[in-house]
Design a protein around this ligand. Sequence first.
Ligand code: GCU
Length: 137
Amino acid sequence: AATVTYEAENATISQGAVNSDHAGFTGTGFVNYDNLTGSYVQWPVSVAADGSTTLTLRFANGTTTARPMAIAVDGTTVATPSFAGTGAWTTWATTAVTATLTAGAHTVRATATTANGGPNVDSLTVGDSGGGGGAPS
Ligand code: GCU
């Protein structure tokens, strides 16, 4: 099924910075969330048809403490993944959640929910495979 990847460095960033000092990111960098609750990255996304969609966040967390975030579609939280430590800031992993979207334009926002802020976030991939099937290839 078709997927589209949206780089975090091209999204709307509130209380975060675009950095490129930890290798392994795609595009030109990644977002380093400020270390506080409420920092976020928001992407405009679009899907072709109504249905269940997989939202895959690529991230790194070089600490041993999870950095949970609320994943919201059009302002409604659909999941609160933990974004556990990945072992190093240069080790990138993916976390996928599912959401039901109508055809057309939406926003996806990933907001830090602890004072540590979010993990470093590389990208959001939107796919139409559904079912929580993990990261698209
Ligand atoms: C380090 C690291 C950053 C990271 C930050 C954090 O400063 O270099 O990329 O965002 O820790 O703890 O959030």
